[in-house]
Ligand binder design. Structure first.
Ligand SMILES: Nc1nc2c(ncn2[C@@H]2O[C@H](COP(=O)(O)OP(=O)(O)OP(=O)(O)O)[C@@H](O)[C@H]2O)c(=O)[nH]1
Length: 306
């Protein structure tokens, strides 16, 4: 055992669509967190784990902090604050292709109040803008730190998609971790139960191409997941039974689509992703159910895992 080995936790925060999930995946080197071009799709705290010869960095991905309108919104904000106080580094993501705005200011002011951990400013998506714009953005971010009283330990521009500076960011994050033992086995990429990962991949597939309020109304619960019995050893099959919840019957129709075609597509895409992640052929049994106004109902929220 190496005496200088470091281990600890970091989490990325930032406005919806800031690129937090994509960055987590780039650091881990494999897709463990769902990404989507719809805001606020990351609900559960999913960890990615980076294991290197000198360190283990555990990445916690939180939902975005926003002004709560529903019970779900309040719970999510509590979750974010708790996470901030437990990690070694909080990385605030500022997408380079959008100006620093009121949403960022709200978040950084909350961060100034809430935490004693080290803060990084991460300027994401640098591949989308010219170098001059990146430079301006870095200055704006530094200024926001001064105004809110948050001292940035590092300000790092990265592109998760182009792979620029991702390795540097990993080094800087690792440098902030305390000396400590490896917390997870080498081959573990995430400690999220496989049921949750599968549910997230199904939700991601279901979100693709839907609009307006529907993305927030979809929740997925994997009811059962187990290897099918009596299969030959070289032909395993994993059975997954999942329910996709929506809030109203009109939404059910949209999700299922004409003659069930849309749901079929969603199932096929989700199955392919789950097979890639778990490395085993999957039979996915997917049903759509209505949980009326689940976002406002404490009992339903608990049942759906919030
Ligand atoms: N060009 C480019 N696009 C990126 C980069 N990082 C993320 N994106 C895109 O930006 C969108 C949002 O990325 P996510 O990683 O889902 O953002 P997020 O902050 O996790 O979003 P929420 O879960 O909604 O909070 C996706 O369409 C990504 O493909 C990047 O480095 N370059």
């Amino acid at each position: 055992m190496n005496d200088d080995f470091r281990s600890g936790f970091a989490c990325f925060v930032g406005r919806p669509n800031a690129g937090k999930s994509t960055l987590t995946n780039a650091l881990v080197g494999q897709k463990v967190v769902i990404t989507s071009d719809k805001p606020q799709t990351t609900r559960t705290v999913v960890r990615g784990i980076v294991t290197r010869p000198d360190a283990q960095l555990i990445l916690v991905d939180t939902p975005g902090l926003h002004r709560p309108r529903t019970l779900l919104g309040e719970r999510l904000n509590d979750l974010v604050r708790t996470t901030w106080s437990e990690v070694d580094v909080v990385g605030v993501c500022f997408p380079a292709d959008e100006k620093v705005g009121p949403g960022d200011r709200f978040l950084v002011s909350e961060l100034a109040k809430a935490t004693r951990s080290t803060r990084f400013a991460i300027v994401t998506k640098t591949d989308l803008v010219a170098p001059e714009r990146i430079a301006e953005h870095l200055l704006d971010v530094a200024e926001l730190g001064r105004q809110t009283g948050v001292e940035w330990a590092e300000i790092v521009p990265v592109s998760a998609v182009a792979g620029d500076q991702v390795a540097l960011l990993a080094d800087l994050l690792v440098a902030q971790l305390p000396v400590g033992p490896q917390l997870y086995p080498d081959d573990e990429l995430s400690d999220e139960p496989e049921e949750h990962l599968a549910a997230e991949l199904i939700r991601e597939a279901a979100l693709d191409g839907v609009r307006d309020e529907l993305p927030h109304s979809i929740a997925v619960v994997v009811e059962e997941m187990r290897m099918r019995e009596g299969r030959p050893e070289d032909k395993p099959l994993l059975d997954i039974h999942a329910n996709l919840y929506v809030e109203r019957s009109s939404q059910k129709g949209i999700v299922i689509g004409h003659r069930g075609q849309r749901l079929k597509d969603v199932g096929r895409r989700a199955r392919t992703q789950i097979e890639a992640l778990l490395g085993v052929p999957v039979y996915l049994d997917l049903h759509v159910k209505i949980a009326k106004d689940w976002q406002r109902d404490p009992r339903q929220l608990r049942k759906l895992g919030f």
